[in-house]
Design a protein around this ligand. Structure first.
Ligand code: COA
Length: 262
């Protein structure tokens, strides 16, 4: 994926390119996103965020190497995809398995530097362990959830407040509890199949907003199925960006294609 010339940006400039941050932007490592996305000050490390995804603005959420789809909705005070530690090693403390580039904030302490590995080309435990965590398109994660690294939450799934998700959640399932278990689907099977065939999040729905009632599921599904079969749905192709850090501030790199369905 090629990129245009990066530039230094502040919060106001980011808002003009569809990213809402606040105070501490919360970005660690890098962030990829599609316009628009609301991350406020939540702490996202090496994450991708699809268009229209928002993080509830109150208690802090943190996410690590997570691919958020389009239209996902993340409740406050959730922890998504945190790194695992190698508890079957001699020690599972970071001194045993990390690298300066992975945990720069720990390497500011001389006593830690004395003990921990120096930068090395050898893969670290973090490099070799899975894996990205996937939050599907239009998935809704309730407040205060824990989602284990590597889990995939399906498109359209709902995770109840304060759930502990340790296994994949199928599309359009409602899962609750600790550990999270599926209690039912959002809709009957045949409706879910139609949603998954339509994949409405791929398309620009805005031109049709006056013609549908989103509370009326079957009529709206039928409307968009017909538009799709007639070739009237245009792909949603949001401007997309990558943000990195530099000594001068956040750097904005424009990507040449959307994160999804390019
Ligand atoms: C999961 C949720 C969407 C289900 O809502 P609902 O369809 O009205 O569900 P019900 O109240 O009918 O609950 C169904 C069952 O799941 C249980 N349940 C619901 N939410 C639960 C949760 N978070 N944890 C554990 N169990 C839960 C109910 O007790 C009920 O169990 P029962 O059948 O044994 O009585 C809702 O309870 C929830 O957690 N919403 C999250 C709200 C939130 O975090 N908003 C943030 C906005 S960004």
């Amino acid at each position: 994926m090629s990129e245009r010339e990066p530039r230094i940006v502040d919060a106001a400039a980011l808002q003009r390119v569809g990213l809402q941050i606040s105070g501490d932007p919360g970005i660690r490592g890098e962030l990829r996103y599609e316009n628009p996305a609301w991350i406020f000050g939540h702490r996202l490390k090496n994450c991708s965020v699809g268009a229209f995804t928002f993080f509830n603005a109150a208690g802090l959420t943190s996410a690590y190497r997570v691919q958020f789809g389009r239209y996902s909705q993340i409740g406050e005070s959730s922890v998504i995809g945190p790194p695992e530690h190698p508890y079957d090693w001699f020690s599972n403390h970071p001194f045993a398995f990390t690298r300066p580039s992975l945990l720069p904030s720990m390497y500011v302490m001389p006593e830690f530097v004395r003990l921990a590995p120096e930068e090395s080309d050898a893969p670290s435990f973090a490099d070799e362990t899975p894996n990205d965590t996937i939050i599907g398109h239009e998935a809704y994660v309730g407040v205060g959830c824990f989602v284990k690294r590597g889990v995939r939450i399906g498109d359209g799934a709902v995770v109840g407040a304060r759930s502990v998700v340790t296994r994949d959640i199928p599309p359009y399932a409602i899962a609750v509890g600790s550990p999270a278990r599926v209690v039912r689907l959002r809709f009957e099977d045949h409706i879910v199949e139609r949603f998954l065939a339509l994949e409405w999040w791929r398309y620009d729905l805005a031109p049709f907003k006056q013609r549908v009632d989103f509370a009326n599921v079957e009529a709206t599904l039928a409307f968009f199925e017909e538009r799709k079969s007639l070739g009237e749905l245009q792909p949603l192709r949001p401007d997309s960006y990558r943000i990195t850090q530099s000594d001068a501030g956040l750097m904005l790199h424009q990507l040449d294609r959307p994160l999804y369905f390019a």
